[in-house]
Design a protein around this ligand. Structure first.
Ligand SMILES: [Zn+2]
Length: 421
């Protein structure tokens, strides 16, 4: 473990630890963070003295990404969710802009170190240690993505190898030359490298990579995607949960039984998105405790999760999200009355090893969503089998169509495989 004391705290001690940190942070935010002070006072919370215990935590209003975007538009370029004067901040990053305009986010020296520690838990959970050489095929631009992972590798004492500014064949060559043992990237990019290796006649199994760690997409939590990456790389594949505005909050352990939420640094809630009541299957709502300079408190992530009941065999007491992130709540499609998550379609498509890439076309048939799944499949004879597998899993018949090899887009970072026509 990265921090055995914290990762195995008894539930009561963990709650007490969270409350102490939250109370101290809340006092600072009310005093000097204009965005939070305005929001909380607007909800009737005037003083930190009113936060006497967990029963008062529910009084704190939920936070949404749209509010942060509106605040940044009103107070450019960084918004007013800042607790300190600008000179205290040392890094700026932004979200990938998967949905809407990118959010900018500032970090202080302290919160940048905090990021590194959070990623230390992620990498340690995947069994990475000081002897490892961790390769990051990442552009190292404004997107925070694997910048923080890079810092995490350093915090752990591993050798961090930057793979920016290179094309995929060069990255493969450097991984081999430098003896990389760990690959950190999106699941889509790990699969893309498999294709590139095959085209170039590179045998990935000859490389020393034994662990892959993924983020940025739900892919690594989907069993068929994981199996495909593990088989091609001859490695064990680990999922991780994180967001630019939140931090690296979730990680897998050797049991690979869902994502542990790092509850020493984040307060975990799962709420019914319609009623806001606590539940075990609903929207992930998180509060970070280590980023006082640019905090998110009771933040609606829009991610659909399910809490695991049983304790984990690894001995960590942090709760787990079963199956990782199950999908984006706003990505859910309703096809002929049936709820369909794109991640569930991916889970079926990835079982077919002949399919390199796919796309989900969504179009309106009157008022209803209709879906067509395009797959790169040389032999159309496989289509009926795919259609039957989709029907058996999703309970609905979807149209499938074959398209030529390499005709669909490839992705370095977050894949966008759902296309609305
Ligand atoms: Zn565990």
């Amino acid at each position: 473990m990265f921090d055995r004391t914290l990762e195995t705290l008894a539930p009561d001690a963990l709650r007490a630890h969270q409350w102490r940190r939250f109370r101290a942070m809340a006092s600072e935010l009310l005093a000097s963070n204009p965005f939070i002070a305005r929001k909380w006072r607007g909800a009737g919370l005037a003083s930190v003295e009113e936060l006497r215990g967990w029963e008062d935590f529910g009084r704190i209003p939920l936070m949404r990404k749209s509010e942060l975007a509106a605040d940044q538009a009103a107070h450019p370029p960084f918004g007013s969710n800042l607790t300190y004067p600008l000179e205290r901040y040392v890094r700026v990053h932004q979200t990938s802009g998967t949905s809407g305009a990118p959010l900018r986010w500032l970090d202080t020296q302290e919160s940048w170190e905090w990021w590194a520690r959070c990623w230390g838990l992620v990498l340690r959970g995947a069994g990475v240690g000081p002897a490892d050489r961790v390769f990051f095929p990442f552009s190292f631009g404004l997107f925070i993505g694997f910048w923080a992972g890079f810092e995490g590798a350093r915090a752990l004492g591993a050798l961090a190898i930057p793979g920016g500014g290179q094309d995929s064949p060069t990255r493969l060559a450097w991984m081999e030359a430098l003896g990389a043992t760990v690959l950190v990237c999106t699941p889509s990019y790990a699969l893309h490298l498999v294709e590139v290796a095959r085209e170039r006649g590179v045998d990935l199994r000859r490389l020393s990579v034994r662990t892959t760690v993924h983020a940025g997409e739900p892919g690594a939590g989907i069993p068929a995607v994981r199996a495909r990456i593990e088989e091609a790389w001859n490695a064990r594949t680990f999922d991780h949960g994180g967001m630019t505005e939140m931090g690296a909050y979730g990680y897998e352990c050797a049991e690979q039984a869902g994502l542990h939420v790092n509850e020493s640094e984040f307060i975990l809630e799962v709420l019914d998105p319609a009623t806001g009541r606590a539940t075990t299957d609903g929207e992930l709502v998180l509060t970070n405790l280590g980023r006082v300079g640019s905090p998110v408190v009771r933040y609606r992530t829009g991610d659909h999760v399910r809490l695991a009941r049983a304790a984990c065999g690894c001995g960590r007491t942090f709760r787990r999200l079963e199956g990782g992130i199950l999908g984006r709540l706003d990505d859910m499609l309703i096809v002929r009355g049936v709820n369909v998550f794109p991640a569930a379609i991916e889970g079926v498509v990835r079982r077919f090893s002949a399919i390199e890439e796919f796309q989900i076309e969504v179009f309106k048939d009157g008022e209803l969503d209709e879906v067509r799944v395009l797959v790169e499949l040389g032999d159309a004879a496989g289509l009926p089998r795919l259609q039957e597998a989709l029907r058996a899993t999703l309970g609905i018949r979807l149209e499938v169509a074959a398209v030529p090899a390499r005709s669909l887009p490839r992705f370095d970072l977050k894949a966008r495989r759902v296309v609305r026509r």
